[in-house]
Design a binder for this molecule. Structure first.
Ligand code: KG4
Ligand code: ZN
Length: 361
C-alpha cells in the first residue's frame, strides 16, 4: 500500500509518500515540509491570507518533489490522502482541491483526513503502538487530551477553554519583545532565568476535569511585565522561566488526571502509554515533567521524532493507510467540503464558554 499525503491546514506546505507492505513496518519514502515561518514572522503570527497564497505557490512543486524523492510513480500510488480540516480554510481548499484534481486525473481514490487524526495515529507509524493509548496534543492551534481507541475511534477528554498552549508561548514572547515563533525563544530565554521570581497562576490546577486554560496566565505575565518595565534581559529571562514553570506545573496536573482516568477506563491495558504531539512537545522542561509523571505512574512515554510531531504530510498519508487497511476510508471525498472546525469525536460536547481564537480554532 502506497499513499501520497498532502497537508496544508496551517503554515506548512507538505507532501509525503508512505508505504506499508504485508507484515513489515511502515516506511516513509519521502517527507517534504516547507515552513512559511519567514512569511509570517513580521506579523508575529500566522496570517491566513498569506498562508493560503503561499500554499498555492508551493504545493505543486512540493508534491512533485515528494513523488520524485520516494521513487514511486504516481501510477503506482494506491490513494491520495489530504487534510480536509480542521484548519485555516484557505489552505484547506488549496490542499483538498489539488488532491481532488490529482485523484480524478490519475483515477485514484481520495481520502479526506482529519488533521487531528494524523497527529493521533503518528505513534503507530513511528513506534508501532497498539490501541488504546492516550494522546496529548499541544501545538499552536490545539491543546487536547484524546483517548485513541482505534482508527476513527477517538474520545476527547480535555481541551482548552481559551488559548492553545503554543499560542500562549507565542503571545508571551510577543509581549516580551522576543521573535516569532515564540516557543523556542521563550525556552531559550528561560534557560538563564529564575523560575521562582514570579509566582504565576497555575490555571485549572486541581479541577476535576482535565481541561486547560491559559489566558489568565497570559494576563498575569502581561501585568508582571508592565509593572517592572522597562525590562532588562534578566527580567525577560526570569519571566520566561517563571512562565514555563507555571505551564509545566499546570500541564502536569491536567495530564495526571487523564492518566488516572485512563487506568480506570482501560484497566486491562498492560503497558499503557502517553504519546505527545505538536510543536510544544519540543520544550525540554515540559517533556521532562511529563516523562517524570509517566515514570511515577507506570506509563511509557512516547515522543515521536519532532519532525513527525509537528505538522507534516507523512502523518496524513499514514492516516490514509490506516483507514484503507481498516476499510473505513469514509465519505465520498470527491464531494468533501473542507471543514475549518472538525472535532475528532462527535460525542464530546463543545466546551461551554469556549473562546478559542487560535489559528486553527
Ligand atoms: O505543531 P506546530 O509546529 O504547528 C501547529 O501549531 O500546528 O506547533 C507550533 C507551536 C508554536 O506555537 C510554537 O511557539 C510552539 O509550537 N513551540 C514551542 C517550542 N517549539 C515550538 N513551544 C514551547 N517550547 C518550544 N521549544
Ligand atoms: Zn497540527
Amino acid at each position: 500500500m502506497r499513499v501520497l499525503g498532502i497537508e496544508t491546514s496551517c503554515d506548512e506546505t507538505a507532501a509525503s509518500v508512505v508505504a506499508l507492505d504485508g507484515r513489515s513496518t511502515p516506511q516513509i519514502l519521502s517527507n517534504i515540509v516547507l515552513s512559511q515561518i519567514e512569511e509570517h514572522a513580521a506579523f508575529g503570527g500566522v496570517v491566513p491570507e498569506i498562508a493560503a497564497r503561499a500554499h498555492v505557490e508551493a504545493l505543486d512543486g512540493i508534491i512533485e518533489a515528494a513523488l520524485a524523492d520516494s521513487g514511486v510513480d504516481l501510477a503506482a500510488i494506491d490513494a491520495i490522502a489530504a487534510t480536509a480540516g480542521p484548519g485555516l480554510v484557505g489552505g484547506l481548499i488549496v490542499g483538498l482541491m489539488t488532491a481532488k484534481a490529482i485523484a480524478a486525473a490519475a483515477k485514484k481514490p481520495l481520502i479526506a483526513i482529519n488533521h487531528l487524526e494524523g497527529h493521533a495515529l503518528t505513534a503507530r507509524l513511528t513506534d508501532g503502538l497498539d490501541f488504546p493509548y492516550l494522546l496529548l496534543l499541544v501545538s499552536g492551534g490545539h491543546t487536547q487530551i484524546v483517548a485513541v481507541r482505534g482508527v476513527g475511534d477517538y474520545q476527547r477528554w480535555a481541551t482548552t477553554i481559551d488559548d492553545a498552549l503554543g499560542e500562549a508561548f507565542d503571545k508571551t514572547a510577543k509581549m516580551l519583545g522576543l521573535p516569532y515563533p515564540g516557543g523556542p525563544n521563550v525556552e531559550k530565554a528561560a534557560a538563564n532565568g529564575d523560575s521562582a521570581r514570579f509566582a504565576f497562576p497555575r490555571p485549572m490546577k486541581g479541577s476535576a476535569q482535565p481541561d486547560f486554560s491559559f489566558s489568565g496566565l497570559k494576563t498575569a505575565v502581561r501585568q508582571a511585565a508592565t509593572a517592572i518595565a522597562p525590562l532588562s534581559d534578566q527580567d525577560v529571562a526570569d519571566i520566561c522561566a517563571s512562565f514555563q514553570a507555571a505551564v509545566a506545573d499546570a500541564l502536569g496536573d491536567r495530564v495526571a488526571r487523564a492518566l488516572t482516568r485512563f487506568r480506570q477506563q482501560f484497566p486491562d491495558k498492560a503497558e499503557p502509554a502517553l504519546v505527545v504531539a505538536g510543536g510544544v512537545a519540543a520544550n525540554r522542561t515540559i517533556k521532562a515533567t511529563l516523562q517524570g509523571l509517566c515514570k511515577q505512574v507506570g506509563f511509557s512515554f512516547v515522543a515521536p521524532p519532532l519532525n513527525l510531531c509537528t505538522d507534516n504530510a507523512a502523518m496524513i498519508a499514514w492516516a490514509g493507510i490506516e483507514r484503507l487497511r481498516a476499510g473505513i476510508s469514509g465519505e465520498n471525498a470527491a464531494d468533501f467540503v473542507p471543514r475549518s472546525r472538525w472535532p475528532l469525536d462527535s460525542i464530546s460536547a463543545p466546551m461551554v464558554g469556549s473562546g478559542r481564537r487560535g489559528a486553527k480554532a
